[in-house]
Design a protein around this ligand. Sequence first.
Ligand code: ADP
Ligand code: ADP
Ligand code: ZN
Length: 219
Amino acid sequence: MNLIMLGPPGAGKGTQAKRLESAYGLVQLSTGDMLRAAVAAGTEIGKQAKAVMAAGDLVSDDIVVSIIAERIAEPDCASGFILDGFPRTVTQAEALDAMLTASNQRIDGVLEMTVDDDALVGRIAGRFSCTNCGAAYNDELNRPKVENVCDLCGASAFTRRKDDNAETMGARLAAYHAQTAPLLPYYAARGVLRSVDGMADIDEVTRQLRAVVDGIGEN
Ligand code: ADP
Ligand code: ADP
Ligand code: ZN
């Protein structure tokens, strides 16, 4: 089963993709994580992406499509994957469809999480994540159960993203509404779009998503 998590920055895509990954044995593919790794490693792609990401704009379609094409072709993806943060433009969605069709695969479900713009700002401003496993936390909304210890892996080192600030948030939300939101009718027309209420608490969103995914799995 191949799934896409769709929603604005801070909607909970990464949080929920991680939970679905372990529940359904799928591979989570986050273009944001891949790009941050490229920036940290100082690769050619990283050099091109760095300033664009810092400004909250979208990296070029060519770059992200080539990263995903390479990753999806690896053997561990054959048993199914969850895309988190890709596609973000209709051009990327069309490229994804073309590469999947060429290998006799398809997208089985696009899981949209709806969250009010006002709530997103607080989620992003307070976000931090485990340096070891990437689990996302929040200063106000989702602290680790034991202070300074990751719930998932037990590590005690956490990081904050440079682009998680009020200045870039406007650009990131504008990019979502202008360039990514057109994916909603794109996937609705293909009969694969499913929406859940992303304003609910984290466990409740997981419950709703699992009900949706179980339904997809039965088809
Ligand atoms: P995305 O991958 O869509 O950008 P994340 O999964 O990183 O979003 O979540 C953004 C922030 O909001 C994190 O700090 C996370 O802990 C918090 N968060 C995620 N889901 C919820 C929720 N349902 N309610 C409240 N806070 C949430
Ligand atoms: P969030 O879910 O909080 O918006 P991501 O980690 O998915 O953050 O992405 C961080 C940044 O990486 C984006 O603001 C953008 O600059 C870049 N990026 C990630 N995925 C894509 C993509 N599919 N297309 C273009 N740019 C991307
Ligand atoms: Zn961890």
